[in-house]
Unconditional design. Structure first.
Length: 431
């Protein structure tokens, strides 16, 4: 995605927010010493909205990836451009939406939900003086700081993956909420000049945790932590990051074939890292992709950059078949989670008609884009804003997780502020 494409895609109301976000992300890039492709940089500047150190971590996490293998010959590649401008379709309200509140501040952000409906995320505290991690359970939001500082996922036992500062170093950690105990996971031996050793990004119900850790001052590798031991699972030749692990111990993420190379989605299973190569380009550096999640059936979701570098589109890898899906004409469709029912949630750019500066300072009709949360199910991509009551005053912009009850968490805009939400289906097994 080119920089000018990104500038055309932001809304008028987001322009001032973008300037602030751009400055902060650029600062994070300088501090982290990242070398980014234009496509990855523009995606992150558009996507990151949490104004604290979490942006730096997420920028780092999502901007890298790598590959070195193509799908087996038996793989069938299916291109599915979901033409869901859906002008001729009507939607009924299918989800109830709840504002999770905050820890006293004006904004909150929900990241993950387990099958006991425990939700974790970040919230501003009173006066918006800082942003703290929280757990939301049985109608109550509880501050988890300083027991953990960043928060990514929560398993069925209430164990939270994230990171914490210990002895002036930021390290991977897991907080067991039920036991009120924080476990430091250790590292792969490296540390950056600014004190980052790595962070935990996901954990499964067996207590296995994955993430990334530095192996020296510059390079980082995906790790697996189990039974008190942290293990380097390697890379495709460069860096690697593990984004998710299912209950079978299968891991997905992204890796490169060189220190500053492009990202490729991978699957790690049976001791082997495999490049998923959703674009099927034999030239490693011509393509870019990220695997975001894997369910217990082995279904994998992620995104890849189109060969013309113009757009990211989502992919679903299931039983040897790779299906891509997107909103027609959209420059970005990114999945974040897939549940065991095969339902996927994520974000996408949706078009809307507006005006742009024309010749002689005249306004001319044009199409712009804004970000919305989506649900993908049974081959159908749907804007989540079409599935909630119209009078809620919500604009759902991020959908980050979905549990096996089909409850969805993320954050949106309500009354001009970012607010964490949970969507609860009015009936199960929605079509």
């Amino acid at each position: 995605m080119k920089f000018n494409t990104f500038f055309q895609s932001i809304t008028d109301s987001d322009s001032n927010k973008f300037i602030v976000r751009f400055s902060f992300v650029a600062f994070c890039m300088f501090i982290l010493g990242l070398s980014l492709s234009a496509s990855a940089f523009s995606f992150r500047t558009q996507s990151d909205t949490v104004g604290n150190s979490e942006i730096a971590r997420r920028l780092y996490q999502d901007v890298y990836g790598v590959n070195k293998f193509s799908l087996a010959k038996s793989t069938i590649y299916t291109e599915r451009s979901i033409a869901t401008a859906l002008k001729n379709r009507t939607f009924s309200s299918q989800y109830k939406v709840r504002d999770l509140g905050s820890l006293g501040g004006t904004e909150s952000f929900a990241y993950a939900i387990n099958n006991k409906d425990m939700i974790v995320g970040l919230s501003r505290i009173a006066g918006d003086l800082a942003t703290h991690p929280f757990v939301y359970s049985q109608g109550k939001m509880t501050d988890l700081f300083p027991k953990i500082e960043t928060i990514e996922s929560i398993n069925i036992h209430g164990q939270v993956a994230g990171g914490i500062t210990s002895e002036n170093l930021f390290v991977p950690a897991v907080l067991d909420i039920t036991k009120n105990r924080t476990l430091l996971l250790g590292s792969l031996g490296g540390v950056t000049s600014f004190g980052l050793t790595g962070t935990a990004l996901a954990n499964n119900d067996a207590g296995k945790t994955v993430g990334f850790s530095y192996i020296d001052t510059l390079n980082r590798h995906a790790f697996l932590h189990t039974k008190g031991i942290i293990k380097d699972i390697g890379s495709l030749g460069g860096y690697s990051v593990a984004n998710a692990i299912n209950n079978n111990g299968h891991i997905v993420g992204f890796s490169s074939n060189s220190l500053f190379g492009r990202a490729h989605a991978f699957l790690f299973a049976n001791g082997k890292m495999t490049d998923l190569n959703p674009s099927k380009d034999p030239n490693f550096e011509n393509s870019e992709s990220y695997a975001r999640d894997i369910n217990n059936r082995g279904d994998i979701v992620g995104e890849f950059l189109m060969p013309n570098q113009s757009a990211f589109r989502s992919f679903l890898y299931r039983n040897g078949e790779l299906t891509s899906f997107r909103l027609t004409g959209s420059p970005m469709t990114i999945p974040f989670s897939i549940n065991n029912n095969g339902k996927v949630v994520g974000i996408m750019d949706v078009p809307y008609e507006s005006t742009c500066p024309g010749p002689g300072d005249k306004e001319i009709p044009c199409t712009k884009f804004k970000q919305h949360a989506y649900l993908y199910r049974q081959g159908r991509l749907t804007d989540l804003n079409k599935l909630i009551p119209k009078n809620t005053k919500w604009e759902l912009i991020w959908a980050l997780d979905i549990n096996d009850k089909d409850k969805i968490v993320g954050y949106g805009i309500r009354n001009g502020k970012f607010r964490a939400y949970v969507l609860t289906p009015k009936t199960r097994n929605l079509l």
